[in-house]
Ligand binder design. Structure first.
Ligand code: NAD
Ligand code: UDX
Length: 447
């Protein structure tokens, strides 16, 4: 099938490559000319395991094309995916300007019937807005061709995006039109082999499903972070509590890992956007507002620990930081907890020596060159001359470090662990002070 994808970011690029891999002919359109040129040279703009060979092989096979030529893209695909960003606007609502810009572009060039698919995460009612926008432009042009707008939200996780798209848990299709449903079935047939994964529903329910999924996962995390704060005060160990409750299949082990707060391009903005959506229809979403508030506070947790340890005096301190991306296996720093920590450390007069396996370029892009940030080539060199070590992201490379080396390198042998990677007892035995998240035993020694 001929498919066009507008927006070559985390979602658009991965989805396009995976669709091309099963034989669809995919044209990717982006307004970012540099990105398009780089992709044509085989230079992949994001770090995502397995993505580079997938993109390169499908590009070479001619099944995957990259262009800034929107007219060419619109002409090509029977199905037109909108996979552009929906960042928060000033009040936290999803900003639909990029989605509606694509809708306008499609309507400007379409000469035959199209299925327009909202793949971006968009508030309930957006498909109606896209349809109205397309209809308006077609009327202005005096062109009478049919179109449908489908909601097909994306559930991929960064760091596992290729695998998630190749083997989705479910494929949600929001449409009331049986012919459109059939086309979407045909498109996704290669991913729907072993058991039925398509869940077809009305458009509004599909739009809400995406927000409900992300908000449910964010709620689980904030709940655990809340309990971890309580554990810290009560002298309990949240890691034991996590295992104790996760063993109940009604609760499960997924998404109950306490930490230094959730980040990334989805949870923070999607929880906020659903709060605004609710408020706009006159409903106060108390639970969601608390999920957001707990997370904002949790992102300050590591700084609070460091500040308490150094008795409020961080002026001139050098902090080694392991992990900058919002989670492992990605270079994405959007809403990463590391950013909150670094910015608070800098404001308090400390400097940061940071290392991340993939997010160094992104950190440089965001913060540029500044005297209080040193980007180090290895995790070991980040320790040199530092006063303390903070771990923000659970990359595999950080899971079994040389504790002797850490102890020797740091002027204060102390680790602040934002992902509970290490055993407090073991570190205590090695003579390293340890502050995890919600690990009562270690935090008691603050007092
Ligand atoms: P992104 O910022 O990585 O990429 C967006 C791309 O769209 C950019 O390359 C940008 O240049 C391009 N673009 C902007 N306006 C355009 C236009 N008019 N025409 C063509 N291209 C245009 O975004 P992303 O992370 O891929 O997210 C896209 C959407 O998918 C968002 O709504 C997001 O919430 C949702 N989503 C993201 C993830 C994720 O993990 N990143 C997962 C599920 C859903
Ligand atoms: C999320 C959703 O999982 C995915 O389905 C959706 O399409 C996009 O948003 P992503 O943001 O890529 O995916 O990563 P995810 O693995 O969900 O982690 C998000 C954040 O939550 C990270 O900062 C992570 O560290 C944090 N997290 C996750 C926890 O703090 N504890 C957990 O138990 C799980």
């Amino acid at each position: 099938m001929k498919v066009t994808v507008f927006g070559i970011g985390y979602v658009g690029l991965v989805q396009a490559a995976v669709l091309a891999e099963v034989g669809h002919e995919v044209v990717c359109v982006d307004v970012n000319a540099e990105r398009v040129e780089n992709l044509k040279q085989g230079d992949i703009p994001i770090y995502e395991p397995g993505l580079t060979p997938l993109v390169q092989s499908n590009y070479e096979a001619g099944r995957l094309q990259f262009t800034t030529d929107a007219a060419f893209g619109v002409k090509h695909g029977k199905v037109q995916f909108i996979a552009v960003g929906t960042p928060p606007d000033e009040d936290g609502s999803a900003d639909l300007q990029y989605v509606l810009a694509v809708a306008k572009t499609v309507a400007t060039y379409m000469e035959s019937a199209k299925i327009i698919v909202d793949k971006s995460t968009v508030p309930v009612g957006t498909a109606d807005k896209v349809a109205a926008c397309v209809a308006e432009v077609l009327a202005e042009r005096g062109v009478d061709v049919g179109f449908d707008v489908v909601s097909n939200p994306e559930f991929l996780k960064e760091g596992a995006a290729v695998a998630d798209c190749q083997r989705p848990d479910r494929i949600v299709i929001g449409t009331d039109n049986p012919a459109v449903e059939n086309t979407m079935r045909e498109l996704y047939a290669p991913f729907n082999r072993n058991h039925e994964k398509l869940i077809v529903m009305d458009v509004r329910s599909a739009e809400l499903t995406k927000y409900a999924a992300n908000c449910m996962l964010a709620t689980k995390i904030s709940f655990m972070n809340e309990i971890s704060n309580l554990a810290e005060k009560l002298g309990a160990d949240i890691e034991k509590v996590r295992q104790g409750i996760g063993s109940d299949p009604r609760i499960g082990y997924h998404f109950i890992y306490p930490g230094c707060g959730y980040g990334g391009s989805c949870f923070p903005k999607d929880v906020q956007a659903l709060v605004r959506t609710a408020e706009k229809v006159g409903y106060t979403p108390e639970l969601l507002k608390s999920v957001e508030a707990v997370n904002s506070r949790q992102k300050e947790k590591l700084f609070t620990h460091v500040e308490a340890y150094f008795k409020g005096d961080l002026q001139g301190k050098r902090i080694a930081l392991w992990g900058l991306s919002f989670k492992p296996n990605t270079d994405d720093m959007r809403d990463a907890s590391s950013r909150v920590l670094m910015e608070k450390l800098w404001a308090a007069g400390a400097s940061v020596q940071a290392y991340d396996p993939e997010a160094m370029n992104e950190t440089q892009r965001i913060y540029g060159t500044r005297p209080d940030l040193s980007l180090m080539g290895t995790k070991e060199s980040a320790l040199n001359g530092a006063d303390a070590l903070v771990v923000c992201t659970e990359w595999n490379a950080f899971k079994a470090p040389d504790f002797e080396l850490i102890k020797e390198a740091l002027s204060h042998p102390v680790i602040f662990d934002g992902r509970n990677l290490y055993d407090p007892v073991l570190l205590e035995e090695q003579g390293i002070a340890y502050y995890g998240i919600g690990r009562g035993r270690s935090v008691q020694s603050f007092s």
